[in-house]
Design a protein around this ligand. Structure first.
Ligand SMILES: [Ca+2]
Length: 360
């Protein structure tokens, strides 16, 4: 584990825990989900490197999930209570989408191959478009420019978890089996946008037919049958798991899968307001991508969950598993999200029981 990653992990785990009353309040806002068997993944993947196919049977214990992504107001409350500084604030910059900048030419630095992302000094959760911008009027929008460590810090304070990738997908599907979206297989039922993605010519013209150029309020559009809003589109959401290929279909269903034990990148799910069929239509319930845990962008946030019957929050679990997971970890490349650091080549193998991740 890189030294600065260890430092961010420590900071996230050292955050003071909220009072019992606040933790109970936050817990009460979660939606109980029964779990059970479901088919995870797609029949066929458009992006083979995403490994979101084939479908396989998964069994989940009951758990709880927040109906929406964490909002700016909720994150502000956490920061006010703890004094936590996000990684973007510590490092002094984050990635902002070029069309959201008044003068993109002033910010010429981009990650390799992703010229629409601009490195903006001073961009962070409370200044999403850089110095001079703010979240006023967007209190109910999802917090962005938060990396995986920042999401973990929020969970430490709240006494909650990040969802596992399997929990996220179960919840996002809303009980609809083998569908592409939380409402069925048609992207825009009755011709009306049902989520916040990109319309027009990516990345230069956004017609915003869905009503939103960038983030939408977390409860915009109709919820799924479980009562969850915007699982697809709006912002990518961090999952608890390290990233690896899904295991291939096997004779036995996976029980409460929680990802590989080794690796560098973390899973993101759900797609964002920048997803478009011409470039990155990763806005399906089975779509997935990854990014390094210290990387933040203006189109990624998180939602919280809780493993029912477990007193072990993500923070505690992470602390327990940290030594195992991180001893051999390195940073791996991002699929569609820009990373802070240089990518390296990873080799993944599945031996029938476990996924093995090694780096070259
Ligand atoms: Ca939109």
């Amino acid at each position: 584990m890189a030294a600065h990653h260890a430092s961010y992990m420590d900071a996230a785990l050292r955050v003071p825990v909220a009072s019992p009353a606040v933790r109970e309040e936050l817990r009460a806002g979660l939606i109980p989900l029964a779990g059970g068997f479901f088919d995870m993944g797609a029949r066929q993947s458009r992006f083979r490197e995403d490994f979101d196919a084939p479908r396989r049977r998964v069994w989940l214990s009951p758990f709880r999930m927040s109906p929406t992504a964490c909002t700016n107001a909720e994150f502000a409350r956490f920061v006010a209570a703890t004094g936590y500084r996000t990684v973007a604030e510590v490092e002094g910059w984050s990635y902002v989408f070029h069309l959201l900048l008044d003068d993109p030419a002033r910010f010429p630095k981009s990650p390799p191959g992703l010229p629409w992302w601009r490195k903006v000094d001073g961009a962070c959760w409370s200044a999403p478009e850089g110095p001079g911008s703010g979240t006023a009027g967007r209190e109910d929008h999802p917090v962005v420019h938060v990396c995986w460590f920042d999401a973990l810090a929020y969970c430490t304070w709240a006494g909650l978890d990040l969802p596992t990738e399997a929990q996220w997908e179960f919840a996002a599907r809303g009980g609809l089996a083998r569908k592409k979206f939380p409402w069925g297989n048609t992207m825009s039922p009755k011709g009306r946008p049902a989520m916040n993605t990109w319309q027009g010519r990516f990345p230069v013209e956004n017609t915003a037919e869905d009503g939103f150029l960038a983030t939408a309020p977390v409860a915009a559009f109709a919820p799924n049958r479980f009562g969850l809003y915007n699982t697809c589109g709006n912002v990518w959401e961090w999952a608890r798991d390290l990233y690896a290929p899904h295991p291939p279909k096997g004779p036995f269903p996976l029980r409460d899968p929680s990802g590989p034990l080794q690796g560098g990148a973390r899973v993101q799910r759900g797609g964002s307001y920048l997803c478009h069929v011409s470039y990155c239509d990763r806005y399906h319930v089975h779509s997935r991508t990854r990014n390094d845990p210290d990387s933040s962008t203006g189109n990624a946030g998180f939602r919280v969950a809780l493993d029912q019957g477990s007193d072990e929050s993500t923070a505690r679990r992470t602390r327990r598993m940290q030594s195992t997971r991180e001893r051999r970890s390195r940073t791996s490349s991002a699929a569609s999200s820009p990373s802070r650091t240089t990518s390296v080549n990873a080799r993944l193998a599945f031996d029938g029981r476990n996924v093995h991740l090694t780096f070259r």
